[in-house]
Write a protein that binds this ligand. Structure first.
Ligand SMILES: *Cc1c(COP(=O)(O)O)cnc(C)c1O
Length: 462
């Protein structure tokens, strides 16, 4: 017999310490037990089903339990489950590195594998610093990050993350980075365009670079959408400007496409929309189709060459035990095959146009501001009467802004679940980032659940 939902939830709360969670809040907010999943759907042990409107924290691309990825992982499991990647190599890691390089026009031809997004960010930071040291520019030790940016929660990644709720408690442990203005297009004054906001934000970078470039190793940016900030979107002009400033001042450009890569913004990589290439590209989340932990940092010939020497200590002596795990690499290769076989970037355009259209009633909604979209990421900010928080608050991926049970995000999430969709607003921002498999019926259902949950949440506001 299946355990009942409440049994499983109770056992979980006793034995499992859940991520990004104040555990006490689960005294009142139930956990969602998931027994199995297929396509866009999660199924509870008691038969309920929920459309995964946020791709399970932005990792899933082609639906859950996809037959082609299942087959690839099963085949790999029967052949080679894992071997260390120091001194050894294997076809899945090599093939994946080659294909990712090809996807960058062979400009980022060196793949350093790791296990999750935060470790990819750590690697890019360490590599940038070490590059400058190997070049005889040891003073270049500092990093630059962008207001409201999010790059993960290990200590190095937190140092370049500007989400107070995650960072402040650990402040004394961190090596803080310089922060520059966000290009968030929501800051546009009346009559201003998103490109104008980008230009203003670039002036801030330019000033810092002029003062400090001799000490700066790299700037890290989430291209086009600062996701954990509440899907803050910016004009591609910002990335073009960053590239130019980085070239002029000798500062590395690290593109953190852990969330926005793999087609999420409409192009395969987000930075393509600016017509630029970064010096380092961090990838994770969707890379394995949402199956297994895997990340990679891609870098240029120039970076790689600076470490290539007889001297051991000039090498990049960083490692994780499961680096380049063959099962994860095979899941990634099968995911790349699905981009080709489903013509995903093209079919997604139609799919997300449709979803945008289904959400169009929100444009005139009196409590909704900044309805926006970039590729397959759709978002809007909700103003509750008397509690207008202009949607620039960065609360990261924790749903709550305030530790109160009445918070908008938690009430909204509960209402959405009751309407059949898994959604997790960030503060006052509701967003949709579903997998690339929704048909018209599922699009209608997701849009209806989004609107219904909004109406109910506003009705029940306290
Ligand atoms: C999720 C995320 C990370 C961290 O990845 P983890 O796998 O959760 O460590 C880093 N950067 C961005 C932009 C992310 O969205």
């Amino acid at each position: 017999m299946q355990p009942s939902q409440s049994d499983l939830a109770a056992r979980s709360l006793r034995a499992v310490w859940h991520p990004c969670t104040q555990m006490k809040h689960h005294e009142r907010t139930p956990l969602l037990p998931v027994a199995r999943a297929r396509g866009a759907w999660l199924y509870g042990p008691d038969g309920g089903r929920y459309l995964d409107g946020i791709s399970s924290w932005w990792v899933n691309l082609f639906g859950h339990s996809h037959p082609a990825i299942n087959a690839a992982v099963a085949d790999q499991m029967a052949t080679l489950e894992h071997v260390m990647l120091a001194g050894c190599t294997h076809e899945p890691a090599v093939a994946l590195a080659e294909r990712l390089s090809a996807l960058t026009g062979r400009t980022l031809g060196h793949a350093f594998f790791a296990s999750d997004g935060a470790s990819a960010v750590e690697i890019a930071l360490k590599m940038s610093f070490h590059f400058w040291r190997n070049q005889g520019e040891a003073a270049k030790q500092e990093f630059v990050c962008i207001d409201n940016g999010y790059h993960g929660e290990t200590l190095g990644a937190l140092g370049v993350t500007d989400v107070a709720l995650f960072r402040d408690a650990y402040g004394p442990l961190l090596r803080h980075a310089h922060r520059v203005a966000t290009p968030d297009a929501r800051q546009a004054a009346p009559g201003e365009s998103a490109a104008d906001v980008a230009t203003r934000a670039l002036a801030d970078v330019s000033k810092l670079f002029e003062d400090r470039a001799g000490h700066l190793a790299a700037i890290i940016v989430e291209p086009l959408v600062q996701c954990a900030a509440g899907m803050a979107m910016h004009d591609p002009e910002y990335l073009r400007g960053l590239r130019k400033l980085c070239d002029e001042h000798g500062v590395h450009l690290i593109a953190d496409e852990i969330a926005v890569g793999f087609g999420r913004t409409g192009t395969f990589f987000a930075h393509e929309q600016a017509g630029i290439r970064p010096d380092f590209l961090c990838l994770s989340k969707g890379i394995s189709g949402g199956y297994l932990p895997l990340s990679v940092v891609l870098s240029t010939d120039r970076i790689h060459a600076a470490f290539y020497a007889d001297d051991l200590a000039r090498g990049f002596l960083h490692s994780h035990s499961y680096t380049g795990n063959p099962l994860a690499c095979r899941a990634a290769l099968a995911t790349l095959d699905l981009f080709d076989s489903t013509d995903a970037l093209v079919t997604n355009r139609k799919r997300f146009d449709s979803l945008e259209k289904a959400l169009s009633p929100l444009a005139a909604h009196p409590h909704v501001a900044h309805l926006r979209r970039r590729g397959g990421i759709l978002a809007f900010d909700v103003r509750e009467e008397g509690s207008l928080v202009e949607g620039t608050s960065a609360e990261g991926r924790c749903a709550e802004r305030r530790p109160t049970d009445a918070s908008f995000a938690r009430r909204y999430a509960a209402n959405a679940l009751a309407a059949g969709a898994l959604l997790r607003p960030i503060g006052q921002t509701v967003y949709l980032m579903p997998p690339y498999v929704l048909d018209e019926e599922e699009i209608t259902l997701l849009a209806d659940a989004t609107l219904t949950a909004l109406a109910q949440t506003l009705e029940s506001r306290t």
